[in-house]
Design a protein around this ligand. Structure first.
Ligand SMILES: C[C@@]1(CC(=O)O)C2=NC(=C\c3[nH]c(c(CCC(=O)O)c3CC(=O)O)Cc3[nH]c(c(CC(=O)O)c3CCC(=O)O)/C=C3\N/C(=C\2)[C@@H](CCC(=O)O)[C@]3(C)CC(=O)O)/[C@H]1CCC(=O)O
Ligand SMILES: NC(=O)c1ccc[n+]([C@@H]2O[C@H](COP(=O)([O-])OP(=O)(O)OC[C@H]3O[C@@H](n4cnc5c(N)ncnc54)[C@H](O)[C@@H]3O)[C@@H](O)[C@H]2O)c1
Length: 154
């Protein structure tokens, strides 16, 4: 079972490989926490292009190369290629940088939780890697608890 740890993300260097569906979802989750995000990918989603134009992240338009992990504080491997994700995993491990690998839970130093931020609370939900749908549904149920009640007379 994994233990939830709430770490300071302000000014941390987060390096994301891949700019597709999963990277986009995770970057949107991370941005409000104040970290500095760099994306390395030959292609990125339109949403990430907007964040790049707005100066909220840096994009290097190319494929992963050995040595990229450099001085990152946290690495997310989110490409759609197993071999590439595994190479990123190996490099991050050799540099002792905590790494998340989106297509292989065994290679994750940390899991990405479903996150709910409401009313001063930060709630992270995990199913310990055993049921991604359950984690998503639980996070949605928790979010629904915070939907403002309709004011009387409406
Ligand atoms: C919580 C959430 C956060 C987020 O991603 O933001 C999250 N997965 C979510 C959804 C989701 N993920 C997948 C589906 C399709 C399922 C289906 O179709 O059956 C759906 C459902 C959907 O998208 O609806 C596929 C999938 N996921 C992983 C693998 C690889 C593997 O298991 O080895 C594969 C197979 C890939 C493939 O087949 O190639 C791995 C992981 N996914 C995790 C987190 C980590 C802990 C999970 C846990 O707590 O159990 C973990 C272990 C590691 C990590 O990546 O951190 C987010 C919901 C949040 C929200 O919506 O609020
Ligand atoms: N953990 C999860 O919650 C979860 C959920 C669904 C899928 N997945 C897994 O995530 C992986 C990615 O899914 P997706 O939907 O984001 O894919 P996608 O096709 O939308 O995006 C892939 C991204 O990887 C980039 N890329 C390809 N080769 C690269 C390289 N050599 N270096 C850097 N970037 C490179 C592409 O340019 C693109 O931006 C899938 O393989 C799937 O197995 C994980």
């Amino acid at each position: 079972m994994r233990f939830p740890v709430y770490i300071e993300m302000e000014e941390k260097k987060v390096l994301v490989f891949g700019g597709g569906t999963i990277a986009t979802r995770r970057i949107h989750t991370l941005l409000p926490f104040g970290c500095r995000i760099t994306v390395i990918a030959p292609e990125i989603s339109d949403e990430l292009r907007k964040e790049t134009v707005a100066g909220r992240l840096i994009w290097h338009e190319r494929r992963y190369q050995e040595g990229d992990c450099g001085d990152a504080d946290l690495v997310l491997a989110a490409t759609d290629l197993r071999q590439v994700n595994q190479s990123i995993y190996r490099e991050a491990k050799s540099r002792q940088i905590p790494v998340n690998v989106c297509d292989c839970k065994e290679e994750c130093d940390f899991y990405f939780p479903g996150i709910v931020t409401e009313g001063g609370l930060v709630i992270g939900v995990t199913a310990n890697g055993s049921d991604h749908r359950l984690a998503r549904e639980a996070a949605e149920k928790i979010r629904s608890l915070f939907v403002p009640k309709e004011s009387p007379g409406k």
